[in-house]
Design a binder for this molecule. Structure first.
Ligand code: SAH
Length: 262
């Protein structure tokens, strides 16, 4: 707790950091994928898209797969991969391996979303299971037109669409960053309704500019490691209520893999 302009007013930072919200969303997405896989074991798992949940999902799937390959068009994302058992490939190494017939995955997961992997690339494979993340959230005609996730789901003996929504709340996409930002903003609005609150600040930045334009992985990690919300209030006893509202909003995020017929 810090004081505000006078000692009558206090400033509180949430204990919940932006990274905590990101983690709980990628855990939820991974839980849904694992539930769909029903404990099946794989020889070779190929995941497209390292950011933001790909890296976490790859680590988790090392328990179910002898080899896990993570592919991304941005070579510098290699630096977010901490687990050395994950094989990271940039798009050049991937294309080379594909041309040389060195890839034969029995599990393929595409997390690249809008503008990501083309259906043609996925059609090179013949996996046991193919899961494509559906990037769509609430109905938005332009986003629905750009999305081609069903066209990517043309191979695989078992196929599934990974969906993520927030219970009773609206988000434009299922992207982990979209859901994180919306969770913080909606929590801020709810917290503001509490009596004794002067104002609520969402401690957010345009994180993707740091990671994809500045290509600064360390700065990105530092920035997401900050308190999600700062509150100006009269009484610090309000603090547990602030955390409770944040937690309730984080728990709204639910994922499930919807089976898709061949
Ligand atoms: N759906 C993810 C976010 C995906 S952002 C989530 O919610 O967490 C898209 C990611 O896929 C980025 O890391 C981007 O660099 C990568 N990507 C985009 N097109 C790709 C392609 N054709 N092949 C491999 N990776 C790609």
């Amino acid at each position: 707790m810090k004081y505000g302009i006078t000692e009558t007013v206090k400033t509180l930072d949430s204990k919940t950091k932006v990274v905590d919200i990101i983690y709980s969303i990628v855990e939820e997405k991974t839980r849904a994928v694992k539930y769909f896989l029903e404990g099946e074991e794989f020889r070779e798992t190929l995941i497209f898209g390292a950011y933001l949940c790909g890296n976490y999902m790859a680590s988790s799937l090392l328990n179910d797969s002898e080899k896990v390959i993570l592919v991304d068009i941005y070579p510098h994302l290699r630096d977010i991969v901490r687990n050395e058992r994950i094989t990271f490939m940039d798009i050049n190494s991937f294309n080379l391996a594909l041309r040389n017939g060195r890839l034969n995955p029995d599990l393929v997961i595409d997390l690249t979303g809008l503008g990501g992997v083309s259906p043609e690339v996925i059609s090179h494979f013949d996996p046991e299971v193919l899961i494509v993340e559906n990037p769509k959230g609430v109905y938005d005609r332009d986003i629905y037109e750009v999305d081609n996730s069903l066209e990517r789901l043309r191979v695989g003996r078992r196929r599934g669409l990974l969906n993520t929504y927030r219970i009773s709340r609206v988000s434009k996409t299922s992207g982990t960053m979209t859901l994180t930002i919306d969770t913080v903003l909606d929590a801020c609005h709810e917290i503001r309704e509490l009596e004794g609150i002067l104002y609520v600040v969402p401690n957010l930045r345009y994180y993707e500019g740091i990671l994809f334009h500045e290509k600064n992985v360390r700065k990105f990690m530092e920035e997401i490691n900050k308190p999600a919300i700062t509150v100006s209030c009269l009484d610090e006893d309000i603090y547990p209520e602030v955390e409770k509202i944040l937690k309730r909003n984080i728990e709204r995020v639910k994922s499930f893999v919807e089976p898709v017929d061949r």
